[in-house]
Design a protein around this ligand. Sequence first.
Ligand SMILES: Cc1cc2nc3c(=O)[nH]c(=O)nc-3n(C[C@H](O)[C@H](O)[C@H](O)COP(=O)(O)O)c2cc1C
Length: 198
Amino acid sequence: MPFIELKPGTLLSPTAVVMLSCASFEDKPNIITLAWVGTVNSDPPMVSVSIRPERHSYRIVKESGEFVVNLVSRELMKATDFCGVKSGKEMDKFEACKLNAIAVPGMKYAPAIKQSPAYLACVVRQEIDLGSHTMFLGEIVNVGVQKSLMDDKGKVDFERADLVAYCHGEYMGLKKPEGFFGFSVARPEVLKRRLKKN
Ligand SMILES: Cc1cc2nc3c(=O)[nH]c(=O)nc-3n(C[C@H](O)[C@H](O)[C@H](O)COP(=O)(O)O)c2cc1C
């Protein structure tokens, strides 16, 4: 047996780490860092975000019924950690991190973070209490990507985005693409063309 058994836990790795921005009628814009997030449906496009009820952002998302998921680059990593250890109950995290809140089409309250590589603006469709966290299922109603990250074919260049993932307590930088969807069965000329950057 090559495995050692550990206590059942949230070892799934890597996960995304994102900055969720939110606001409501009575609450000014706030940012909460989340790692318990995921894509859960393609059509309509949906994500899940799990938030503990004691977080300041929990009530804001619940009351406003919307949130914006902002992707995290290496450049935003320190701010991401900060927004994950400090609460909006005590401070304005946009101000503290020198980030800018910008309005997003389709959102009544929740802003996007201007410095993020990309954002996914979501409307809450369902809420499920799971125990420690409440999972909000959000339909993605608007997506924005920094112009500088679009390649000449109109695709997002994720290598340029320099995104960061999360592995059980640590932030990990992503390096170059090592493959692509279907590369295991791709013809040699396709492989050569698609992986030529490596
Ligand atoms: C890397 C990282 C991931 C986190 N993931 C989550 C999460 O998925 N759900 C959650 O409720 N809190 C998570 N937190 C904790 C919150 O971000 C943290 O408690 C934050 O201060 C709450 O901010 P708020 O009170 O302004 O909402 C995470 C923190 C870090 C640093």
